[in-house]
Structure formats: C-alpha cells, structure tokens
Design a protein around this ligand. Sequence first.
Ligand SMILES: Nc1ncnc2c1ncn2[C@@H]1O[C@H](COP(=O)(O)OP(=O)(O)OP(=O)(O)O)[C@@H](O)[C@H]1O
Length: 316
Amino acid sequence: MIEMQDLKKDFLVRVKAGRLRREKRTVAAVDGVSLRIGRGEMVGYIGPNGAGKSTTLKMLTGVLTPTSGTVSVCGLTPVPQRTTLALRIGVVFGQRSQLWWDLPLRESFALLRHIYRVPPADHAARLKRCRDLLDLDEFMDTPVRQLSLGQRMRGELTAALLHGPEVLFLDEPTIGLDVVSKQAVRSFLAELGAAGDTTLVLTTHDLADIERLCDRLVVIGHGRVVHDGSIEALHARYGSRRSLVADLETPLPDGFTLPGTTLAAVTANGHRVTFTLDSATAGTAVAGLVAAVPVRDLSVLEPDIEDVVARLYAER
Ligand SMILES: Nc1ncnc2c1ncn2[C@@H]1O[C@H](COP(=O)(O)OP(=O)(O)OP(=O)(O)O)[C@@H](O)[C@H]1O
C-alpha cells in the first residue's frame, strides 16, 4: 500500500555565520527512509521534534518532492499523480483545515461530497457512521470557526473519510485535545483500524495514541529509521520488564529474595515493595511472595513505553 525506498529530503537553509554573513547549509530532514506498509496496517510514526516525521508525511501525500529515492502510495507516485492520489487517501494535518471556516460542518461535508463525486448513498452511510461514533450532531450546524479544537478535529476526521480513502494520514490527531475529545478520536480510529480496510499512518507525541491504536511502531531520529516493529519488540530490545507492586502487612524478612525477580524499591516503611520480573512470571512471583509474607494488595505493572522511547531518543 505504501512503499518508500531510500527516501531523502534535503532543505537548503541559510544560517548565521558571523555578524553579517549568512551561509547556506543543507539539512537532511529525511535521510534514507525505506519502509513498506501493507493494507490495513496501523502504523505509529514517532520521533523527537525535528526528526523528519512531517516531512515524510508531506512526501507521502504529494506536498513535497523527494530529493532522492522513491515513494509510492496506492501504487501511485505522490507528486506527479497528486490529483488521482487525493481520491484514494485522507489527510488530517493539525494545522491545515479542509473545512470551510464560515460554513457549518454540514455544508462543508456536502461540498466535499461534490468535490470527490461520492455517490449520495455512500456519502450518507459514511457520514452517519461518523456522526454516531464522533458525536457530531450537536454541532453539525455550527460554523467551523466557532468550533472548539476537539469538535473541529472530529469534523476534520469526518471530512477526511467521507470519500472512503484506502489510506489515512494523520499528523498529531490528538494534540491539544481535551480528555473527552481525545478518547472520542482514539476510539473512532481504533474502530476504523479494527474494520481492517483502511491503512493508517499517524505521527504523534502522545504515546498513549500508539499504545491504543498501532500494532507497528516506526521510530525516526535525524531522518533515519531507528526502530521498526511492535511495541513488544521495542520492550524486548530495551529489556523492559513488568513489575510486581505489593502492599504488605509486615515488612519483608531480612535477606528475602524472590527467585527470578529483582527487588527494585521498598517504600512506606517497608510496607510497599516493588519487584522487577526478570525471568519469573507474575504467577510464580505472586505465589512466592504470598507464601513468605502476609500481602494486603497486589498489582502487576506493564513497562512504561514513555521510558523506553525516552531512552531511545536519548541515544540518538
Ligand atoms: N520548509 C523547510 N525549510 C527548511 N527546513 C525545514 C523545512 N521543513 C522542515 N525543515 C527541517 O527539517 C527537519 C525535519 O522537520 P520535520 O518538520 O519533518 O520534523 P518533525 O519530526 O515533524 O518535527 P515535529 O515533531 O517538531 O513536528 C527539521 O530540522 C526542520 O527544521
């Protein structure tokens, strides 16, 4: 569905060199990215600020011409075939709107139906689905300029999907949204992904988006791919471990060890302990602990993706 082969984009920038002089310098925003994304995949494309995420999306959607390498989306080359491609992809870029500022959402959607020449029945069915899942009804007749950010984003998502695109590109779809809108957008995208016929590529700084939505995570740093795989693979690569947190009736006996774990923290005057699960399963660790001391409460924590990704960014 999407193929990039050694894709590069350089920008020529002028930088200050001395008090009056300015020098030209080349910035390699995307520096040899090769990726293949199949139909129905949900891919999170993440990286620190300036890593090259937006530049990649712009090349995939035909906004920017690559400096070198090849790119194909739905079998088309984005820049020369931009108009044909537009009928097959949906794009939500936070800063750019595809809605008409002075028109109510309802009329923006009607205009889009004409622009994309969507058969009325298809349009009605897709719009109904979005209205239900994204709760659009209470602001369908409000001019776009009066919508809150969360309401507008729900409108943007709808606008991007009304023509039934095969691929949806989202640049920071949840940035700046309140908790309720964020949840609405995530659930909607999760449902879209579960249906299996839309390929989804999203950039985000909110890793909860990735955890909730993406089965594949591509991490980019300085324009290059530094990780490509599942979240589990990322944890495995960085040795992330689950941990067992227990509230105890009495502190652990001196010298206590739990096979296959490491005692990571003892707090609350010895009444709360945290073990990192190295080779032990949660089951064996809990059994070992309960056999040794009276336990009041227990929880098993998954490794924190924020920590792993922060470590990965720091290495670049
Ligand atoms: N039009 C441009 N002209 C010059 N340099 C640019 C241009 N667009 C991007 N860059 C540079 O290319 C690099 C990659 O930028 P890009 O916007 O793709 O990063 P990003 O990963 O999307 O970052 P962010 O998370 O901050 O949105 C940065 O160094 C940026 O300054």
